[in-house]
Design a protein around this ligand. Structure first.
Ligand code: SUG
Length: 448
């Protein structure tokens, strides 16, 4: 049976702004309080989805969330009408209003961890929504994320959904940003690779000194258990704490894997040789030949990686077995990175082509091509069971582009977030979106 990696990209929400909310994420911090352009952000994302679809890849779309999150503000004690809640928060606690307005759900690599049916004990595709509890503005995403995923992957014969792990730092879970899967073919059993930043319960593991390690070993192990993964089909590795301290807040800022290939920076992990040996032997047991493509620090520094997002690229398999790397424009403007990419594609190795995309609006908040997509490996039958409304087609691209043109503002600052009118605009837009994507009622304003 045919199988595919389907990329579901997050549609950027109408409140996209630069809130400076993510300590440890260099771009988010350095662009704090700049004015943003939500319309441009959404159109940049849609252009990437369209381009991948046109290249013949399976492409889907994941809906944004209702923002400002009025229910979250009410839980923090703001009261009255919705407009009063916004006005009171703006007056007394602007940072909380900003957090409740974040469009951060666009980075759907953090929405969930997904295990394909070939790996799981019950033969279904498993999803665990990420609790994202390292950052308040992200911790409020998972209830809606769960509803949206359930509306997209509704058939319980093929899809199993788990709620987010306990909402404490000890189970900090950032979803697929710290998870990669290696396999010979998408429909065959593979090796799931979980990368954690620290252990919450075992003091033998080192931890970063400056910035938080968002993903814990205990969270990764819990997800593997929930999904029914076999011990011989899983590898755990620790992120190098010193790269977290240099701004590598997720592993997908310093490594990306696909098929039998891991593309990574020399400094990305601890105990790299042991990890590579384990990946090689476990992948061999399911018939695969693991291939490591290491980028030496002499060619690209960790700082280059953080600024250019070289590794936050999408590594895609082409029909002839070679691979294509989708990188952000920032890679072309970094001389060392660009030079490295030229030598990589010209070396006769597996990665043969690089395609560049302008994703600046998202990049300025620390979200590159890989952050914007959630990968779901599906066989033909499972793909046919996905809600067809969320699969990208030329007509859907047209409707979404027009929808963005109709509803989105082209400038957003802190003052705009305090405008109660914005909430009404967002709700009107999202109500229409759920009809376009045939999701049913998924947003709090549609349910309560
Ligand atoms: O969680 N930025 C996101 C970026 C997530 C990137 N995702 C992956 N690497 N997979 C984060 O730090 C910034 C929001 C702001 O500052 O307005 C933010 O949430």
């Amino acid at each position: 049976m045919k199988s595919y990696e389907v990329n579901f990209d997050g549609l950027v929400g109408p409140t996209h702004n630069y809130g400076g909310l993510s300590y440890g994420n260099v771009a988010s911090q350095s662009n704090s309080q700049q004015s943003s352009n939500p319309k441009e952000a959404a159109l940049q994302g849609l252009a990437k989805m369209k381009a991948l679809m046109d290249m013949g890849f399976q492409q889907g779309v994941l809906a944004p969330q209702e923002r400002p999150d009025i229910a979250a503000l009410r839980r923090l004690g703001f009261a009255g009408s919705d407009a009063e809640v916004i006005q009171q928060a703006a007056k007394e606690a602007m940072p909380l209003l900003v957090a409740s307005c974040s469009a951060s759900s666009m980075w759907v690599a953090n929405a969930a961890t997904v295990s394909p049916s070939a790996d799981t004990a019950d033969g279904r595709v498993h999803f665990t929504a990420a609790n994202l509890n390292c950052k308040y503005h992200r911790s409020i995403e998972h209830p809606t994320t769960s509803r949206v995923l359930a509306a997209m992957f509704a058939d319980s014969k093929h899809f199993a959904h788990h709620s987010a792990l306990p909402a404490v730092a000890q189970f900090g879970d950032e979803g697929a940003a710290n998870h990669t899967r290696f396999c010979r073919a998408y429909g065959e059993a593979g090796v799931e690779f979980f990368v954690f930043g620290r252990s919450a319960f075992d003091t033998r593991y080192p931890a970063p000194q400056r910035y938080p390690a968002r993903q814990t070993l205990e969270a990764s192990r819990a997800v593997a258990r929930l999904h029914g993964l076999k011990e011989e089909g899983v590898v755990y590795a620790q992120q190098n704490p010193s790269v977290i301290d240099q701004g590598v807040f997720h592993n997908d800022v310093i490594a990306v894997g696909n098929g039998e290939v891991l593309f990574y920076h020399e400094d990305a992990f601890l105990e790299t040789d042991k990890m590579l040996a384990e990946l090689t032997s476990k992948l061999a047991k399911v018939g695969g030949k693991f291939q490591a493509v290491c980028v030496p620090r002499s060619a690209v520094t960790v700082d280059d990686a953080v600024r250019s997002y070289l590794f936050n690229s999408q590594l895609l398999s082409r029909a002839d077995g070679s691979m294509l790397l989708i990188v952000p424009e920032e890679c072309r403007s970094n001389e060392r990175v660009w030079q490295y990419l030229q030598s990589l594609t010209g070396s006769g190795g597996v990665i043969r082509e690089v395609k560049v995309f302008d994703l600046k609006q998202s990049m300025q908040n620390g979200g590159g091509p890989a952050c914007l997509r959630l990968r779901v490996a599906l066989n033909e039958t499972e793909l046919a069971a996905v809600n067809p409304g969320v699969i990208m087609t030329a007509p859907l691209y047209e409707s979404l582009t027009q929808w963005v043109e109709r509803h989105y503002r082209d400038r957003m600052t802190e003052n705009d977030l305090a405008d109660p009118q914005l909430l009404l605009e967002c709700r009107a837009a999202l109500d229409e979106l759920t009809q376009i994507l045939k999701l049913g009622a998924v947003y709090p304003f549609q349910i309560n």
